[in-house]
Design a protein around this ligand. Structure first.
Ligand code: HH2
Length: 282
C-alpha cells in the first residue's frame, strides 16, 4: 500500500533542525500574517494572535511551521519589502526559541536574508529560487529550501494556464532548479521540491499532478505538497475554505500515499490523526 514512501530517505537539513522524513511524513502547519489569504485571511492579523496560533499548531503536532506575510493567492496584490518585514520579523523573533523549524514563505531576497538572521530555518520560495538574488540570499546559510513550481505570477497565474504535459513540465522545471542550486554549492540534503498546486494550474492540471506525483517523487528530493483548503478541494466538495477540512485531509493522505514526505496544511490536528492511522496500517 505504501511502497512509494521512502523509508531510506535522508533527513532534510534545516538550520539547527533535521526533518526526519524517513521516520514518518512531516506536517507543516500554516500561519498567514496576511489580511487577504484565501483560507484564513485576517484571522491572525495581530502579532499575539499569530504567535498563539503557531503554538497551537505545534501542540497539535506540527513538525514545522510555514509563515507567510504576503498572500500568493490568485489575484493577490504584492506588498513591498518594508511592509513584509514589518509583518514577519516580530513573529520570527517571538518564536526564535521554539522547538520546531520555522519556514518563511517569501519571494523577496531581502526578506530571505532578514528572516534567516531572525532565526528562520527554511525558506519557501514560490518562485523556486529562479532568481540569482534569491539563491545568493540563502546559499551561505544552512537553511532548508523549498523549491516550488509556479507558472506566471500570482496576479495573473489563473487567467489561462497552459501546458503540453503539466507533469513533464513541472518535473523538468524542478529538476533544473535543483541542478542549478547543487551546481552552485547548495547541499542536496537542504532541498525539497513542490509541484505548486494551484499556482498557474487548472483543476485538471492539479489532478494530473496528484495522480502522477510519482514523477515528481522520482526527481529525488523529498516532495512537499500543499493542497490544504485550496480551490481544487472546493470544486470537488462544493464547500467554502473553512469547510474543506475533510477534503484537505483526504488529499494530504493521498499525496503521502503517492510519496509526498511533507504536507503543508492549515488543519494540523486532523492531518496528524489521519497520518497516524495511515502509519499504523502501512
Ligand atoms: N500554497 C500557498 C502558499 N505558499 N508554498 C508552497 N511551498 N506550497 C504551496 O502549495 C503553497 C505555498 C497558498 O496557500 P495559503 O498560504 O493558505 O494562502 P495565501 O497564499 O493566500 O497566503
Amino acid at each position: 500500500m505504501s511502497e512509494r514512501f521512502d523509508p531510506f530517505a535522508r533527513p532534510v537539513l534545516c538550520g539547527r533542525f533535521r526533518l526526519d522524513v524517513a521516520r514518518r511524513p512531516q506536517v507543516m502547519g500554516i500561519v498567514n500574517l496576511t489580511p487577504d489569504s484565501f483560507s484564513d485571511g485576517g484571522r491572525f492579523g495581530s502579532l499575539g494572535a499569530a504567535v498563539d496560533h503557531a503554538w497551537r499548531l505545534i501542540e497539535a503536532g506540527a513538525d514545522l511551521i510555514d509563515v507567510g506575510a504576503e498572500s500568493t493567492r490568485p489575484g493577490a496584490t504584492p506588498i513591498d519589502v518594508d511592509e513584509e518585514g514589518r509583518r514577519l520579523l516580530p513573529f520570527l523573533r517571538a518564536l526564535a526559541d521554539c522547538p520546531v523549524a520555522i519556514s518563511v514563505d517569501t519571494r523577496k531576497p531581502a526578506i530571505m536574508r532578514a528572516a534567516l538572521a531572525a532565526g528562520a530555518s527554511m525558506i519557501n520560495d514560490v518562485e523556486g529560487f529562479a532568481s540569482w538574488a534569491a539563491r545568493d540570499a540563502v546559499s551561505a546559510s544552512d537553511c532548508g529550501l523549498c523549491v516550488m513550481h509556479m507558472q506566471g505570477a500570482p496576479e495573473t497565474m489563473q487567467a489561462d494556464p497552459r501546458y503540453v504535459d503539466v507533469v513533464d513540465e513541472v518535473a523538468a522545471f524542478l529538476s533544473a532548479r535543483v541542478r542549478t542550486l547543487v551546481d552552485e554549492g547548495v547541499a542536496r540534503e537542504r532541498i525539497l521540491v513542490d509541484p505548486g498546486f494551484g499556482f498557474g494550474k487548472t483543476h485538471a492540471h492539479n489532478l494530473d499532478l496528484l495522480r502522477r506525483l510519482d514523477a515528481i517523487v522520482a526527481l529525488g528530493p523529498p516532495v512537499l505538497v500543499g493542497l490544504s483548503r485550496k480551490g481544487l478541494i472546493g470544486t470537488l466538495t462544493g464547500r467554502s475554505p473553512i469547510e474543506r477540512i475533510a477534503g484537505s485531509v483526504a488529499a494530504a493522505l493521498l499525496a503521502v500515499e503517492r510519496g509526498a514526505q511533507i504536507v503543508r496544511v492549515h488543519d494540523v490536528a486532523e492531518t496528524v490523526d489521519a497520518l497516524r492511522v495511515w502509519d499504523a496500517i502501512r
